[in-house]
Structures are given as C-alpha cells and as structure tokens.
Design a protein around this ligand. Structure first.
Ligand SMILES: [Mn+2]
Length: 399
C-alpha cells in the first residue's frame, strides 16, 4: 500500500494564515491522488479552539479529499465509534491538545466523518488482501509520555503492516533535556514509525525500522532548517521505500550578515544589497527573507545606532522581510574589557569583584548594615547559589 504522511498544517496560524490553508490543501490533494491512505501525525490546527473560519477551512479540506474513492478502506477501529471508512487517519498534536476527555478539534473532524481519529487507539486499513494497522498516540506533555506509552494496548498482529504514529519531542530530535524519551524507548515490533511536531523533515531509524517526520506544510519558526522544500512523504509498504513529494510553498531564505568591526552605515548598505539580490532571484514569488545580523559593531557604536526599521516595511508588495539584530553582541561591559586588557592586573580578582559589587550596590542605594565586602565574601563563599544567598540573608537579618 502507498501511505502518504503529512503533518503540521497549522490551520489558523496568524502570521501566514493563507499559506497554512493553501499549502495544506495542496499537500492533501496531491497526497490523495497518489496514495492509498493518508496519515496525519498532529497539529492540523494551530490552536486549541479554532474560530469558525478556521474550522471551515478544515471542513473544506477534508470534505474534498474524503469524498474521493479510495480502494483502501477502514475495516477495524478500537476507538469509540467510526463515522467513515475512508482511509484518512489523524491524531491531535500539541497544538490541539486539551484536558483529558475534552473534545478537541480533531475529534470534531472525526465526528463529522471527515477522518478517523486514532488517539490511544488502533485503526486497520485494508486494500485487497493487504492490511495496514496504525496505532496512534496524540501529542502529550513530555513528562507523561512514557507512562502513556506503557498504557497503550499494543498487541500487534504480525500479518499486518504496523505503524506507530506519535506527535512528540524525542531526545534524538532535541537533545537538550534528559526528560525527553529516547527513540529506542518507543515500543518495538512496528514496521514504520511516524512522528509530527518537528517542522523540518527528518528521517531516522527506530529499532532498525524507518522513523519518518515529514515536517510542517507551512513555515512557522523561520529557522535555517526551514529553508528546505515543504511537502509530504509517500511510503510504499511493498518495497519498504519512501519518496518526498514537494508542494508549492512560499520560499524562505535566511541570510546571515556578520558585522564585526563595521559601522551602522556600512551594514545598512550591505543589507540593502543582499535584499535586492535575493528579490531579483525570487521575482514574483513574494518570498520570506530573514536577515540575521550577528557579531560585534565597530567599537563606539551600539545596537541602537543601527536602525533597521526601514527594511521591515519597504518590501511589503514583493516580499515579507524580517531583519533581526537580536544576535548583535552588546559591547562587553567595561569591567570585563578592563579585566582582559590588563588595566586591573595589579588588583586581585577578589578586590576587583568587590569594587564592581560595591559600585553596583551604591547605584542601587544600598543602605544595609552589613558592609559590602563582607556581603561579597558571604555571597561567594559557596558554589551553591541557594546556600550562599541563605547565608547572606541570615547575616542581614541577624539582629
Ligand atoms: Mn507543529
């Protein structure tokens, strides 16, 4: 069977409202032309309680594709009740997540018979003699994910092609919190693992099988990885291979400009030039161009001296331009500079620290009885901030 995997439409996403709709439409329509079944791992909507206009968008999208004839049909479902046998399967993502047992917006589409919601349940799709089972678990708080996995009924039928579908951060995707579940902690025995949530396309392995993330169909974060094409993945169970099918989507470019040692005037000229070049190569596309300024301004200048406001608005007709200078390094504090340049080489680090500390206290109208040097020593007496602060408080309120 050919299975289209599409994700993260984010209908209703305010910034690119029309893109969210038209790009989801293109992905769904194209997918329904080439696939036997469609699976959607979450974030159809951008928020929990979509307005009627956004709900209407979803109804239109799914009405159109659910009225097509599919040779594959839903033949089994372990959820509450089935309202369609069309092989369009979805789970809610983190953006649709609501309190346990509340109706979410994907449930509404399920109740309308526009798709089959497979959160904490299983659906079996059959075409001819072939069966594909999809086990789903909607987006859930990271700390609850492991216990939710343990609660799933995963008695697999080895005669069907088994898919595990989630909408979750995993450690291998964002390795900054040990709280995230590792990919190999996902249940074993499936033929394919599918995840949403991550907005760029990723292809990994889980227990030796494919672990696929199609990425979102609309731009959201404007990060470098989102410069790739948007689209969906088509997996073929006969050959166990997959292909990526791009959709028409708004182009996004991230241009980084390093400003080390440059003056605001020069930088503005440079921004104007890169924007002009980019616009010429993207004529008629109305692309999104983000210019990220990084580095240190020429000494003597501050970020505030670099006025980028003119770039945000000039191109409204031909492009969506965003210039950001949040990555400019602030001029190092004079103290650190002095420390580096050796102005204080005859002073111990301790005394230097005390002098900065005292200055700071003075400028904040410090008037407590504990003298600043003593307070400094107490505060630096322990590696643990809480311990040091407690000691300091004890000293201050001793009397
Ligand atoms: Mn998302």
């Amino acid at each position: 069977m050919k299975i289209a995997i599409l994700s993260d439409f984010h209908l209703g996403y305010e910034r690119f409202f029309d893109d969210a709709y038209t790009q989801a439409k293109e992905a769904l329509n194209k997918a329904s032309e080439v696939a036997d079944m469609l699976i959607i791992p979450g974030d159809i909507f951008d928020y929990r309680k979509p307005e009627p206009e956004v709900m209407a968008q979803a109804v239109e999208l799914f009405r159109d594709i659910s009225q097509k004839n599919y040779p594959a049909k839903v033949v089994e479902y372990t959820g509450k009740r089935l309202y369609t046998d069309k092989p369009i399967i979805a789970i809610p993502g983190t953006h649709e997540r609501r309190a346990e047992d509340s109706v979410d917006s994907v449930d509404v589409l399920h109740l309308a018979g526009l798709l089959v919601e497979v959160n904490k349940s299983k659906v079996v799709v059959q075409k001819g003699n072939e069966k594909v089972s999809v086990y789903g678990l909607g987006g859930i708080a990271d700390e609850r994910f492991k216990s939710a996995l343990a609660d799933l009924d995963l008695s697999l039928d080895k005669n069907t092609f088994n898919i595990f579908m989630i909408h979750q951060t995993l450690y291998e995707l964002l390795p900054f919190s040990e709280e995230f579940t590792h990919i190999e902690e996902l249940p074993e025995g499936f033929d394919l693992y599918v995840n949403g949530h991550i907005h760029n396309r990723l292809e990994l392995k889980c227990h030796g099988k494919e672990f696929l993330i199609p990425g979102s169909t609309v731009l959201t974060q404007l990060k470098g990885v989102e410069q790739e094409e948007k689209g969906f993945i088509l997996y073929d169970t006969e050959t166990n291979t997959h292909t990526f099918h791009p959709i028409k989507s708004r182009h996004f470019s991230l241009i980084k400009i390093n400003i080390d040692g440059k003056e605001p005037k020069e930088i503005k000229k440079e921004i104007a030039t890169v924007l002009e070049n980019k616009l010429n190569s993207e004529k008629g596309n109305k692309p999104i161009i983000k210019v990220e300024i990084t580095g240190n301004l020429k000494p003597g200048f501050k970020p505030i001296d670099l006025d980028i406001s003119e770039f945000q608005s000039i191109q409204k007709e031909t492009a969506i331009v965003e210039v950001t200078k949040s990555n400019i390094k602030e001029e190092d504090s004079k103290a650190a500079e002095e420390l580096r340049s050796g102005v204080v080489e005859n002073m111990s680090i301790h005394d230097f620290g005390v002098s900065i500390f005292t200055e700071k206290l003075k400028s904040n109208n410090y008037s407590l009885k504990v003298n600043p040097t003593k307070l400094f020593d107490i505060l630096s007496s322990d590696d643990k901030k809480e311990v040091a602060v407690k000691k300091a408080i004890d000293e201050i309120f001793k009397e």
